[in-house]
Design a protein around this ligand. Structure first.
Ligand SMILES: *Cc1c(COP(=O)(O)O)cnc(C)c1O
Length: 394
């Protein structure tokens, strides 16, 4: 087993060795600017177009519908601001979810300060949006629906195809933040009626700082980054050539392994969920059991702080994450856990373990063994727990 056991694949992933390998050539040998005319520049232009082809194929898009960005946050910002600005004559109303990533939520809040109106739809206790709520929220002046494909904290996978057909039927543009979904579950932008889709390479074993926005042919959008004519005049800036090449290969590889890897992760995920829930009292699974990302486990433990679980896991070499206050830098626990109806104290005691292609069954067995004593040690120090146990006795 590795010295470090990495269960935080929703935060970022390790870059696969094949990807590091192909990227390295483009730093020190083929380093030309793709806009130049000599050989090492033109080679790069070809390589960038190959990356675009690989990305397009993975989501069943056309090659010229893919625009590279500096990651998922930029793609989300661009999609939402670019559509809002372009279609504001038609209306100023946007619909999104209360559980979106901050790249979407803070962009929407910014647009509110510029005179747009945003509806933040609630989700049910499993973190899923109800189609009837979405239908009710649609107005004549709604120009954009932005609903994440899968949630980064609790792994809930939204009914994207149904939302896509509803939006298409009503003539409303549909964007999805698919940063957690691309490379993890099958996506077909045509079949799902998706107009814009954000993705990020470092969430599927590619490099950080490179992502893409899929923009369906015929959709108008204002640029976010102004400057040169790169990306067919829509996104200025010299192309991140090594990043694009790494992203293309990473996505091609994981897509070819997808169904097998999905099944493997679902098996590990379910073993981990059951192993924790069956061995630790006062614990509950957050998110939906069925409509769930293959690698996502999110569990709340009553009477303790997620933060202290993370510190104890770190001493065992286990990397994980929580929805508690301190990690997010604010006093409130995760907006996602609050949105599914968890009271503050339960939201504070949450632990997120996200599995990926490098995790093994041995690692899952290891954490199933290590976690229960950690939780009981922390509970034994908790005055809240003592009170509950005492009350039980009398
Ligand atoms: C990671 C993440 C982002 C941000 O992507 P970056 O490439 O890190 O900017 C956006 N949305 C979701 C759902 C994410 O998980």
């Amino acid at each position: 087993m590795n010295d470090i056991i990495y269960f935080d694949n929703a935060a970022t992933t390790r870059v696969r060795p094949e990807v590091v390998n192909v990227m390295s050539e483009y730093f020190s040998e083929s380093y030309g600017n793709p806009s130049s005319i000599y050989k090492i520049a033109q080679e790069n232009k070809t390589a960038v177009e190959k990356g675009r082809e690989q990305v397009a194929k993975a989501i069943n898009a056309e090659k010229n519908e893919i625009y590279f960005t500096a990651g998922g946050s930029e793609a989300d910002n661009w999609a939402i601001k670019g559509i809002a600005e372009c279609y504001s004559d038609k209306g100023k109303h946007i619909i999104t979810l209360s559980i979106e990533h901050h790249a979407v939520l803070h962009t929407c809040q910014y647009l509110e300060s510029k005179g747009f109106e945003v509806t933040y739809l609630p989700v049910n206790e499993f973190g899923l949006v109800e189609i009837k709520e979405l239908k009710k929220a649609i107005r004549d002046d709604t120009i954009l629906i932005s609903v994440m494909f899968a949630n980064n904290e609790i792994g809930s996978v939204q009914p994207i195809k149904e939302i896509g057909s509803l939006a298409r039927e009503k003539g409303i543009i549909f964007h999805t933040d698919a940063v957690q979904a691309v490379g993890h579950i099958p996506i077909d932008v045509k079949d799902m009626n998706i107009d814009l889709l954000s993705m990020s390479a470092h969430k599927f074993y590619g490099p950080k700082g490179i992502g893409a926005l899929y923009i369906r042919k015929g959709i108008k959008i204002k640029p976010l980054i102004h400057g040169g004519a790169q990306e067919r005049n829509r996104r200025a800036g010299t192309e991140n050539v090594p990043g694009i090449i790494g992203m293309g290969l990473a996505l091609e590889l994981i897509t070819s392994e997808l169904s097998e890897e999905e099944n493997r992760l679902i098996y590990l995920r379910d073993k981990l969920i059951d192993g924790i829930l069956n061995n630790i009292p006062y614990s509950r699974l957050n998110g939906d059991r069925e409509n769930r990302l293959p690698g996502n486990v999110n569990i709340s433990f009553e009477f303790i702080e997620g933060e202290s679980i993370l510190l104890m896991l770190d001493m065992k070499g286990i990397c994980a994450s929580s929805g508690s206050a301190c990690t997010s830098g604010s006093l409130d626990p995760s907006h996602v856990l609050l949105a599914i109806g968890l009271p503050h104290e339960k939201a504070h005691g949450s632990l997120r373990l996200t599995l990926g292609m490098f995790n093994t069954e041995d690692e899952v067995d290891y954490i199933i063994k290590e976690l229960p004593p950690i939780i009981s040690r922390l509970r034994n120090m908790s005055p809240l727990y003592e009170e509950v146990v005492k009350n039980k006795k009398c």
